[in-house]
Design a protein around this ligand. Structure first.
Ligand code: SAH
Length: 289
């Protein structure tokens, strides 16, 4: 690409980025194609881009020349910058009259601390805008051929984080309630405590044979998908050397992958049109949920 915004007519109709503003944008799970037009429009106009570790670097190719690109994530084993410092940085740039794009992985409001940063801007009187993104728990699973909801499987879904601020399995999560009430459970940051979490769900009544899908580096070149079961997932993840970032999905929807693994199909996988074995049983004429 040549770096000229004029070559992208769609963006000429998009909002102008005023100086002194912060746009807090989601970048999606990695594949630059999952950026929204608003995020792209922000990237093209920003004077400063403050981005996190999970933003794929090729996304930064869209930044206008001369803009400051400021990395706010964890680097080389060093502790990540304090949330307060990042918020102060955004405030300083905005007060210096910059157009500040704060780019976060996935969606800023899904386990992304976007709310904390935005409230810091509110407190400082900095005008801001929120640009939602494709969250890894939905878009990342879609890249693995797993649909977060499917009429034959679930009418509800729970998103949860596998560790709290202190890094422990979150106490605030009602594991028993979720095990009993949520047919599909989509977990962020769950790899470290996977064994404990799977144990809690099994204690809560879930079957050891329940399907589990683990998607690492979803939508990126290094995407890896492991299909396993609740009883075996921690063992299998270790054996396969799976590393974060990963989304863990528990539920029957994981079986859809046999039919919906569109990326696998690109590599020659033959897809099963009836992955759940329900063909004919489902009411074809009913409104879809
Ligand atoms: N705001 C982000 C989530 C940030 S928390 C979003 O909406 O997606 C970070 C966690 O997100 C990771 O530990 C992992 O669980 C998940 N995640 C983010 N990007 C991912 C990717 N490309 N593949 C798999 N998991 C990802």
């Amino acid at each position: 690409m040549d770096g000229s915004q004029d070559t992208w007519p769609a963006l000429t109709q998009m909002p102008r980025f005023d100086t002194g503003w912060v746009w807090l944008a989601g970048a999606g799970p990695g594949d630059p194609g999952l950026l929204t037009l608003h995020a792209l429009n922000g990237l093209r106009q920003a004077d400063v881009v403050v981005y996190d570790a999970l933003v794929d670097n090729s996304i930064l190719d869209w930044v206008k020349s001369g803009a400051i690109v400021d990395y706010a994530g964890k680097r080389g084993g060093k502790p990540s910058p304090k949330q307060r410092d990042i918020t102060l940085k955004l405030i300083d740039y905005a007060r210096a009259g910059k157009r500040v794009l704060r780019l976060k992985g996935g969606d800023p409001f899904v386990f992304g601390r976007g709310g904390e940063e935005a409230l810091g801007l509110v407190a400082a009187g900095i005008p801001f805008k929120i640009i939602p993104g494709v969250t890894a728990g939905i878009g990342g699973l879609a890249y693995a051929g797993i649909s977060a909801t499917h009429r034959d499987c679930n009418q509800a879904v729970t998103f949860l984080t596998g560790h709290d601020q202190s890094g422990l399995t979150p106490d605030a999560v009602n594991w028993d309630g979720i095990a009993k009430g949520s047919p599909v459970i989509i977990m962020y940051m769950a790899m470290k405590h996977l064994e404990t979490i799977a144990g809690k769900l099994i204690t809560g009544g879930r079957s050891v044979d329940e399907p589990v899908g683990i998607v690492c580096n979803a939508s990126l070149a290094g995407q890896e998908v492991l299909e396993t079961t609740l009883g075996r997932c921690a063992f299998d993840a270790r054996a396969a050397n799976l590393e974060p970032p990963a989304i863990v999905c528990v539920g029957e929807v994981v079986r859809l992958r046999a039919g919906l693994d569109w990326m696998g199909a690109l590599a020659g996988r033959v897809l099963d049109p009836d992955p759940l074995g329900v063909r004919g049983a489902a009411d074809e004429t009913a409104e879809s949920a």
